[in-house]
Design a protein around this ligand. Sequence first.
Ligand SMILES: Cc1cc2nc3c(=O)[nH]c(=O)nc-3n(C[C@H](O)[C@H](O)[C@H](O)COP(=O)(O)OP(=O)(O)OC[C@H]3O[C@@H](n4cnc5c(N)ncnc54)[C@H](O)[C@@H]3O)c2cc1C
Length: 413
Amino acid sequence: MSERAVAAADVDIAIVGGGLVGASLALGLSDTGVRVLLLEGTAPASSSQPSFDERTTALGNASRRIFQALGVWADIAPHAAAIRTIHVSDAGRFGFARLRAEEHGIDAFGYVVANTVIGAALWKRLAAAPGIALRVPARPESVEITPDSVHFTVASDSGTRERASARLVVAADGAHSSIRAAAGIAAQVEDYEQVAIVANVAVDQPHEATAYERFTPSGPLALLPLHDGSYGVIWSCRPQRAAQILALDEGAYLRELQARFGWRAGRFVGAGRRASYPLKLTRAAGTVAPRTVLIGNAAQALHPVAGQGFNLGLRDAAMLAEVVANAAGDVGSQALLQTFAKWRAFDRSGVVRFTDGLVKLFADSRPAVGLLRDLGLLLFDLAPPAKSALARVSAGFGGPTPRLARGLAVRRA
Ligand SMILES: Cc1cc2nc3c(=O)[nH]c(=O)nc-3n(C[C@H](O)[C@H](O)[C@H](O)COP(=O)(O)OP(=O)(O)OC[C@H]3O[C@@H](n4cnc5c(N)ncnc54)[C@H](O)[C@@H]3O)c2cc1C
């Protein structure tokens, strides 16, 4: 167990979950002078770490700026691949759209990075950050939320038990959040009946910084350019079909993928290990309760179709760090929680609706809907304002922009 000199017993903020979002929040708070305890259930470099796993993540420009402000981008950038063109198409139909970063006056729409790289950069920085007590692998037990504070036991895998209390507990413990349950916040779960199969796939031609999103009747198929010249493939399909695809040997998988995607990106010549993720929309009924805040997947876990889940969760973390830095006194006050919830509401509901709508629009097999999609994609390709609006949403500018997302540090007054 990694134990830092900072005591866990009585802190201002306890963050449960040190995955992509929780670790980012801890770093965001490290300059604010508040005492932070971060509990993570699985060691960051462990092969069973659920957040820093085999996936790759498309980071928008706002996320890049947040990582720059947190001091981790320098470690991530050498392993990041820029997305300069996005190609969207509807399998078997004529509509397609192409977005080019230069047409929007930006260098790139975003950057694709392996989750393991992000995890290593965040935890390297955390190990040197002041004011943060790290407990890993450790989990909270017997969580009791009172009007003034939150009390719990820190149970480490090594068998030690510590009593701790905090003015505020942050649930960054993912879609199945136990803190969300302890706070009595309900979550609505909608099963898309799709499974995402993720693999790195080598091709015989350069990707030229192009990402592809191809909508098929059984689910979207995305190819993200990677730093080593290959693609991160996210193939979403019905569970039964997913089981078949997972059982294929490498050659058969590549042939199926080629048949499903076509030849636009070249010939697929090799594939790494495949991993699968059942896809659901999990939406908490609210993001705050007394002495409790939900961020990242604990607040909303999305379909990966538009690559928005982490980007949205990182903006949750950035805004919470800012609200805490601006607070004069109690960091778990009702006023602080209400400010956070209000400032995040627009971005959160907009991205959830956009992502969910995209999944459902392209899953609809009625011919008239297919035609509308074709026309929509064509008009979209021809209409610069629509493309600019999407580029801005993808870049993470729905609602108030956190200071960190503008590349500015947060410090307590
Ligand atoms: C296939 C796929 C592709 C994706 N691609 C993208 C993309 O390109 N762009 C994007 O923005 N998003 C993407 N996402 C979404 C993104 O992965 C999630 O939004 C992100 O992982 C959320 O991070 P989180 O830290 O909130 O939760 P998680 O990643 O679920 O992390 C939760 C952490 O909490 C820890 N934990 C859980 N319970 C406890 C406990 N009781 N005590 C202590 N620790 C605990 C876990 O060990 C874990 O480290 C994708 C998702 C999938 C499934």
